[in-house]
Write a protein of this length. Structure first.
Length: 315
């Protein structure tokens, strides 16, 4: 990545209460996302993806680390001091049914951000209609409540609501996982078109690697609170380096038997495995070395610029 980063996070840590050190959901994570870039964040459930997203948006406070947006350090800001960032960075949540206030009409939902930020006061109704049209909804839905909409329509409303304040950065937190398969492709294509037409910077949190490959320029792989691999999308899919990344890709269904990857033999996950000391994947890894029990592998560049992996077996 050569462009100037729009969003930079350094040393992010988030712990939740529990025995010992508690649960370390995000552990010393560094991320830099360039303006206009579309980045995928992947990993199995419990890897810390959504928690990391909340830290980046300052919806949750980090225990350590910094978040800088467009050169502005947000780490110690709160309340009204974050208002400009709240407009610049928006989120589309996983489940549209719970993300929308059931007592508000579609028009009220989409207009809410405009009212909060004092935008388009003279032509608010026209602005709402234009936003609904941009996400593929006609004027007939304006006075409906969320329970009167299909899942795909609800998510389109959520997207229109996020776009209303003209953000620069969009966090998409599993935005299609709650939708029917037939609707997922429509929403993904819509997001791809909107990102191009609006020049949006996107962080796409997902389980579905097919969607990530279609939408994203670069991929970050997260395992138990740490980034274990990152690189350009096509390079990552063609030559995954970390054993965990290889296992994720091997588990993706492929229609053509001739193109199926060989299964990667990894052990089952265990939430009771120690969270500190050595590589967190070592208990499941088929390539574990003695060093993996002692030293936490650093995320270092391998091969071409932009490819980084945290694995002792790849040194």
């Amino acid at each position: 990545m050569t462009a100037t980063p729009l969003l930079v996070a350094s040393g992010l840590v988030r712990r939740f209460p529990g025995p010992g050190r508690g649960t370390v959901a995000v552990d010393d994570v560094d991320i830099a996302i360039a303006a206009g870039e579309r980045v995928g964040l992947v990993g199995e459930s419990g890897s810390g993806k959504s928690t990391l997203g909340r830290l980046l948006l300052r919806l949750d406070a980090a225990d350590a680390g910094t978040v800088v947006f467009d050169g502005d350090d947000l780490t110690r800001k709160s309340g009204r001091a974050l208002l400009p960032f709240r407009r610049a960075a928006q989120v589309v949540f996983q489940d549209p049914a719970t993300a929308l206030n059931p007592r508000m009409s579609v028009e009220e939902l989409v207009a809410e951000g405009l009212i909060i930020h004092g935008l388009h006061s003279a032509d608010r109704g026209a602005r709402v209609r234009a936003l609904l049209g941009e996400v593929g909804l006609d004027d007939s839905v304006r006075q409906r409540r969320p329970h009167e909409l299909s899942g795909g329509q609800k998510q389109r409303v959520g997207i229109a609501r996020a776009l209303a304040v003209e953000p620069r950065f969009l966090l998409l937190d599993e935005p299609v996982s709650a939708l029917d398969v037939s609707v997922q492709a429509q929403i993904v294509n819509l997001l791809a078109e909107l990102s191009r037409s609006r020049g949006l910077t996107i962080l796409f949190v997902a389980h579905d690697l097919h969607v990530v490959r279609h939408l994203c320029d670069r991929v970050l792989v997260m395992y138990r609170g740490r980034i274990v691999e990152e690189g350009p999308t096509e390079a990552m899919f063609a030559t995954p380096q970390h054993p965990y990344t290889q296992a994720l890709l091997a588990a993706v269904p492929v229609a053509d038997p001739a193109r199926r990857l060989l299964a990667v033999p990894v052990g089952p996950g265990n939430s009771d495995e120690p969270a500190v000391g050595g590589c967190r994947f070592r208990h499941r890894c088929p390539e574990a070395l003695p060093a993996c029990d002692v030293d936490v592998p650093a995320l270092v560049t391998i091969g071409t610029p932009g490819r980084r992996v945290a694995c002792h077996a790849r040194r």
